[in-house]
Design a protein around this ligand. Structure first.
Ligand SMILES: [Fe+2]
Length: 187
C-alpha cells in the first residue's frame, strides 16, 4: 500500500475504511455486471436484438475496464478484494442484472440494462461527492468511470425512446475514452 498516499486522504478528513468498502462494492458491481452483460449480449438476437448487441458489448467491456481501474487504487489505500468470490458478489453495490424471464422481449432486456447503468451512476456520484477536494486520485478515477456510466445509460435510454442523448458510437469495442488513462498496465 501507499502509506503516505493513504495518510493524506485520512488527513483530508475521509474515513478510508468506509471509502474502501464503497470501492470494493463498486468493483464487485463492475465484475458481476461484466458477467451478466455477457449473458444479455449473447441473447440480443433477431431484428431487435442485433441492433443493441454492439452497445451491450461496449458497456460490458468498459465495465471490465472499470473493475481493472479500481483494483490498484483499492490496494494502494490498504484495502483488498475478499478472498471468496461469493462474498465479493454478494456485497455488490448494484443488483444482479439478470436475463429477463422472456429473453426475446428486448424492452425488458433494455430495462435491465438501463437500470444497471442508473445504479452505477448513483454509486460513482456518491464516490465523487465523498472524495472531491479530498482524495484527488480516487476522485479523478471515479469521475472518469462516471463519465462512461452516464454514456452507457444514454445509449440504452435512447433505445427505450426516452429521448436523444447526442452521443455517437465508440471507435473500437470497449474503448473507454475516459478510463483508459487509468489502465496503466494495458497500454
Ligand atoms: Fe461500469
Amino acid at each position: 500500500m501507499g502509506k503516505q498516499a493513504r495518510e493524506v486522504v485520512e488527513q483530508a478528513g475521509i474515513n478510508v475504511e468506509e471509502l474502501l468498502e464503497k470501492l470494493v462494492r463498486a468493483a464487485a458491481a463492475e465484475f458481476t455486471t461484466y458477467y451478466y452483460y455477457t449473458i444479455l449480449r449473447v441473447n440480443s438476437i433477431g431484428f431487435e436484438g442485433e441492433g443493441i448487441k454492439e452497445i451491450i458489448e461496449d458497456a460490458r467491456l468498459e465495465d471490465r475496464n472499470h473493475f481493472e481501474a479500481l483494483i490498484p487504487r483499492i490496494y494502494e489505500l490498504g484495502g483488498e478484494l475478499p478472498r471468496d468470490i461469493r462474498k465479493f458478489a454478494e456485497d455488490s453495490a448494484c443488483p444482479d442484472a439478470y436475463l429477463p424471464d422472456d429473453p426475446r422481449d428486448m424492452k425488458q432486456l433494455l430495462t435491465v440494462l438501463v437500470e444497471a447503468e442508473r445504479c452505477a451512476i448513483r454509486v460513482y456520484s456518491e464516490l465523487c461527492n465523498m472524495t472531491t477536494g479530498k482524495d484527488h486520485r480516487t476522485y479523478a478515477l471515479c469521475l472518469a468511470v462516471l463519465h462512461e456510466e452516464v454514456e452507457h445509460e444514454a445509449w440504452f435510454s435512447e433505445f427505450l425512446e426516452e429521448g436523444p442523448s447526442g452521443h455517437f458510437r465508440r471507435r473500437t469495442p470497449g474503448q473507454s475514452p475516459y478510463v483508459s488513462g487509468f489502465l496503466t498496465a494495458r497500454f
